[in-house]
Design a protein around this ligand. Structure first.
Ligand SMILES: [Zn+2]
Length: 222
């Protein structure tokens, strides 16, 4: 089974590339690209979309893994994202290039699925050895372990009445427990117990407006 170790992000925008480097390290440790090499060769900084990561993974892993990209919106940028402040800078810059990226991803072997991957399926596939990169609103994540403040910075910044502001972030799902999911976060190391998020919080964070329910499932080919 592929075991992922956390790759810390090096700047504010490269959490997705860090998550990809973590997955590459798990599936192809000898050939793994480092975050520094992914960042240096990334032509669209500071913008990284989920389908970009699927393409990077499929091109790097080739026959070593199967890569499936699930999203409610495929082959183009969801026009509704233009209304979110988070996407203000990237929307125009990226909406023109994304259709070609989807085509390249399909050519590289990515299975592009226009659907929300349901939690039971994600759990079953992780239990069979898959790693999963999920796009979440990190402002909605809470570690279940007592005393752990991971992901709670947003709590301190608001009075509790306003909904969390959308902050798109890539995390890697490594395991499921009965009522929680273990995550690697490029932005921060885990607490001693290993940071985990309740299933309802995880579902809410990935279903938030802005994510399109984006998810990449990476499974060993054999
Ligand atoms: Zn924790």
């Amino acid at each position: 089974m592929a075991t992922a170790t956390r790759v810390p992000q090096a700047s504010t925008w490269d959490c997705g590339l860090a998550a990809a480097a973590s997955v590459l390290g798990a599936f192809a440790p000898r050939a793994a690209a480092t975050l520094a090499s992914l960042t240096a060769s990334w032509p669209h900084a500071p913008f990284v979309w989920t389908v970009d990561l699927a393409l990077i993974l499929a091109e790097a892993l080739r026959d070593a893994a199967r890569v499936e990209y699930c999203s409610r919106v495929v082959d183009a940028v969801n026009p509704a994202l233009s209304a979110l402040p988070y996407y203000a800078a990237s929307f125009d810059a990226c909406s023109a290039r994304l259709p070609a990226t989807f085509a390249a991803a399909r050519r590289a072997g990515v299975l592009v699925s226009e659907r929300r991957a349901l939690l039971d399926e994600v759990r079953a596939r992780v239990e069979r050895g898959a790693l999963v990169i999920a796009l979440v609103n990190s402002a909605q994540l809470r570690c279940i372990h007592a005393g752990c403040l991971h992901w709670r910075a947003a709590d301190a910044a608001r009075d509790g009445s306003a909904p969390p502001v959308y902050t798109g972030h890539f995390v890697t799902v490594t395991a499921f427990c009965d009522a929680s999911v273990a995550l690697l976060d490029p932005a921060r190391g885990a607490c001693a117990a290993g940071c985990a998020v309740g299933l309802a919080d995880f579902e809410a964070a990935r279903a938030c407006d802005g994510t399109d329910d984006d998810l990449i499932l990476i499974e060993p080919a054999h």
